[in-house]
Design a protein around this ligand. Sequence first.
Ligand code: MN3
Length: 201
Amino acid sequence: MAFTLPDLPYPHDALAARGMSRETLEYHHDLHHKAYVDNGNKLVAGTEWEGKPIEEIIRGTYQPGAVAQSGIFNNVSQHWNHCQFWEMMSPKGVGMPSELEKRIVDSFGSVAKFKEEFAAAGAAQFGSGWCWLVVDTDGRLKVTKTENGVNPLCFGQTALLGCDVWEHSYYIDYRNRRPAYLQNFLENLVNWENVASRLPG
Ligand code: MN3
């Protein structure tokens, strides 16, 4: 089945009061995400990957250590990344469920420490990419950063939270202040219930 652009789970202006403008979501969702969907469909058509589950395509086309990933990987993984990203934010302040808080405190010492580590990873990603909170293969929670479209699926990890640090995600609202964008994301935009729902049972 072809990839399709999902609607945002909230109106385009729903996050404006929380630090992500309508204009950012119009560019980021309607144009950037749509381009990954359209290019992914074009590139996958007629290949062995056509009709395969998206996670299988991402894991199957990721080339560890490669200087540049293939067009299929880049577009399909960015489609997956953005689908998660929209769901990981909310127009309402959503508190952190206690089960998630306990796991974070167990792994990082405190919620504040975790946020510090996450924001630092996002700020330190050189060029385009993402920072993540993942469940690692040993079951521990961990903060990571990845370049371009690479995501935790490539490493057998479960993505709990991801933040897009490509310039298109913050330049309209924050210009070059990526750390301010990351801080706002953590304090005002994250849907912690969605993050908790991703913990493996
Ligand atoms: Mn993006």
